[in-house]
Design a protein around this ligand. Structure first.
Ligand SMILES: Nc1nc2c(ncn2[C@@H]2O[C@H](COP(=O)(O)OP(=O)(O)OP(=O)(O)O)[C@@H](O)[C@H]2O)c(=O)[nH]1
Length: 705
């Protein structure tokens, strides 16, 4: 196959708040790009992007699947890899994982709801991963739809620099199309059926002034990114060409300095073709992104890889899915070189070579076999034996580790056991597979009770895992009460000397250390152990210092109050002594362990619980009840704002342990008229009386039902 021009590839995702229309828009994109021939409506659960059964039942999108399609723009054939990203915060890691491999995104809003809380979260995540965006204001047909209000909110709430490219023609049930401010033409859809074509017409006379004004603003914005436009803008604005405007806005978009804004109604099949045009026109190709940076594991030095097929291979596995027919399917992005079917790749984490038996590019309902996936492209492979999300695949001769992905700690745990004892092996196997797919989900065995404990990012996250165990692995589970993941910390600094000494015939053990143990410095943000060595004159020989550090690091896995992990700790090793024969590494490790236990007892230890950031959108008349209920849950209301529709937005910080079943409770209080969204914020100390009750309660085995 002839090498493709990478300028014509777009790796994009649609990011949106739940219900803004991501699935519907993806469906329409696949329809208009000619890949699916039937439109799967979300209402009837036939959406092809939502593969998994329970997603269809719940009507939300959980996994991200990469789907390939083609679109003609400007007489050129573009290849678009569409990555479906989830909108629910319980699946933040899925969103971040897909953002990591995207070159650009379509930030989608509901014209009736504007910029919603989770849109803000996803927007910031996209900033973090440097993903340029265009904005698509969907649902222009809904009552209360307001394109310009949403544009204004993008400035006010997100601090974005939106550039309006279209003016809607009509709104709500009269939404007919848009005026394209680059072409200065009206685009009209004459019916609302799938596949509806549009016609280009003159701008309606009554909109002419409004459109001239917005065209002026567009030219001003374009002039920011192109000197030539700037000059023409003052001398002869008529002479500014379409190509010049597109090139200038593209430059601003790729540099993440502006966000082109368009609108439509995916459901009513209006606006989707211009949306695809905008993806091709403004979003970056793999060549627009700087070379990917990684680390050479042999030298620990930074290396960069350009998106060229001739460079050594580097690829990042960003999604592992268990497909009922094909088995384990690994989605990856190739950054440089190429990955070929039937060939070997080197996994820098496992240190093993893996043979990829077959390669595919996925369409929503069928897979296209590929000979190779080349630099800049996204594909899926089968045949991997040992692979995890985030692994780098490369040439063995040119090893590289691409920036590893960081995932938040889990906040909630549940004890599980199979209903039938005969299913124990099936449960273990299922949990291991699910943990491989999802780095924000972990499994462990509780040392004291022997129970299997699963942990994740929220109640819904774990519900889905248990549901998948039943459907995909055919294991029914009993489960315990959800428990939040506590941590421990100390609040005072203490100084102590710890001598570890054993004489049991033959060679003994000896280590002596003097340490300060206390809370970490304020600027030490990463958590874990802040270790400072102040030993002078070899009183503790150099070779034993790492043992002291290791001793504390290991000890921190178990706090002294309830065995929860110690969040962070500062240890200053001030002095000590050793014995020329009896001292060894283990002695110093054990001395550190004892110092940790004895020191932390005296350093005012506290139990810490996860605190969530909560936003509730409620009608004004229910606000008192919502706030009253939050107070009962130890919540702290931090602000109240007026939402667009006249509803109120209540912002609060609430302990997660008080929030189990909140969605149902909120429904009851407000007769189903309020919505909420919640995400992890930080861990904070519990009052000593509550901490005592928690420690009493969590002792021993959890009862499973
Ligand atoms: N009126 C109207 N409804 C729409 C439009 N687009 C989507 N919807 C409806 O809005 C609801 C949510 O749409 P989805 O496409 O499932 O939204 P989503 O963002 O994928 O939602 P999640 O998968 O839950 O994150 C569905 O009932 C859609 O039919 C639109 O343009 N106009």
């Amino acid at each position: 196959m002839a090498n493709r021009d990478l300028h014509l590839t777009r790796n994009i995702g649609i990011m949106a708040h739940i219900d803004a229309g991501k699935t519907t828009t993806s469906e329409r994109i696949l329809f208009y790009t000619g890949k699916t021939h039937k439109i799967g409506e979300v209402h009837d659960g036939a959406a092809t992007m939502d593969w998994m059964a329970q997603e269809q039942e719940r009507g939300i999108t959980i996994t991200s699947a990469a789907t390939t399609c083609n679109w003609n723009w400007n007489n050129k054939n573009f290849k678009i890899n569409l990555i479906d990203t989830p909108g629910h915060v319980d699946f933040t890691a899925e969103v971040e994982r897909s953002l990591r491999v995207l070159d650009g995104a379509v930030a989608t809003y509901s014209a009736a709801d504007g910029v919603q809380p989770q849109s803000e979260t996803v927007w910031r995540q996209a900033d973090k991963y440097n993903v340029p965006r265009i904005g698509y204001v969907n649902k222009m047909d809904r009552s209360g739809a307001d394109f310009f209000e949403t544009v204004q909110q993008m400035k006010d709430i997100l601090g974005a620099n939106p550039v309006v490219l279209q003016v809607p023609i009509g709104a709500e049930e009269n939404f007919k199309g848009v005026v394209d401010l680059i072409k200065m033409k009206a685009i009209l859809w004459h019916d609302e059926t799938m596949g509806a074509e549009y016609s280009m017409e003159e701008i309606p006379a009554d909109m002419k002034d409004e459109c001239d004004e917005w065209r002026g603003k567009l030219l001003e914005a374009a002039a920011e990114y192109d000197e030539a436009i700037m000059e023409k803008y003052f001398d002869d604005p008529e002479s500014i060409t379409e190509e010049e405007i597109i090139a200038a806005i593209r430059k601003g978009t790729v540099a993440m300095e502006c966000t082109p804004m368009i609108c439509g109604s995916s459901y009513k099949n209006k606006g989707v073709q211009p949306l695809l045009d905008s993806v091709c026109a403004f979003l970056p190709s793999p060549l627009d992104t700087e070379a990917v940076i990684g680390t050479n594991p042999d030298t620990d030095e930074e290396e960069s890889r350009k998106p060229s097929e001739d460079a050594p291979t580097s690829a990042l596995a960003f999604k592992i899915a268990t497909d009922p027919y094909m088995g384990r399917l690994v989605f990856f992005r190739v950054y440089s070189g190429k990955v070929q079917a039937g060939s070997y790749v080197f996994n820098t984490r496992s240190g093993k070579k893996e043979r990829i038996s077959r390669l595919f590019q996925m369409n929503s309902n069928k897979e296209i076999p590929m000979e190779s996936i080349d630099a800049g492209d996204i594909g899926a492979g089968v045949g991997f034996k040992d692979i995890r999300t985030g692994d780098t695949l490369c040439d063995e001769a040119n090893p590289i580790v691409l920036e590893s992905m960081s995932f938040p700690d889990t906040v909630i745990s549940i004890a599980v056991e199979p209903k039938s004892q005969a299913d124990i092996a099936k449960l273990d196997n299922g949990l291991a597979k699910l943990a491989e797919e999802d780095p924000t989900f972990t499994v462990r065995t509780d040392e004291q009770s022997g129970q299997t404990i699963i942990s994740g990012m929220g109640e819904l996250h774990l519900d889905i895992i248990i549901d998948r165990l039943k459907r995909e692995f055919k294991v029914e589970c009993n489960q315990g009460k959800p428990q939040v993941n506590y941590k421990e910390a100390i609040t005072k600094t203490v100084n102590l000397r710890e001598v570890y000494k054993k004489q049991s015939g033959g060679r003994g053990k000896f280590a002596d250390i003097i340490v300060n143990i206390g809370p970490v410095d304020e600027d030490f943000k990463e958590g874990g152990l802040q270790f400072v060595n102040e030993v002078k004159g070899g009183n503790v020989p150099k070779e034993f210092i790492p043992s002291v550090q290791k001793g504390f690091e290991n000890a921190m896995k178990n706090g002294i109050l309830g065995g929860y992990p110690m969040d962070s700790l500062k240890v200053v090793l001030q002095d000590g002594s050793f014995h020329p024969v009896d001292s060894d590494q283990l002695s110093f490790e054990l001395a550190a362990l004892n110092a940790y236990k004895n020191g932390c007892q005296k350093a005012a230890p506290v139990l810490m619980e996860p605190i969530m950031k909560l936003e509730v959108i409620t009608p004004e008349e229910n606000m008192g009840d919502v706030i009253g209920d939050l107070n009962k849950r130890r919540g702290q209301v931090e602000g109240m704002e007026e939402a667009r529709s006249g509803a109120r937005v209540v912002k609060a910080k609430v302990p997660l342990s008080e929030m189990f079943g909140y969605v149902t409770a909120l429904r009851t209080i407000t007769s189903g008229r309020a919505t909420s969204s919640m995400e992890y914020d930080h861990h904070a100390p519990l009052s000593s009386s509550i901490a005592k009750a928690v420690l009493e309660e969590v002792k021993g085995r959890a009862d499973l039902v």
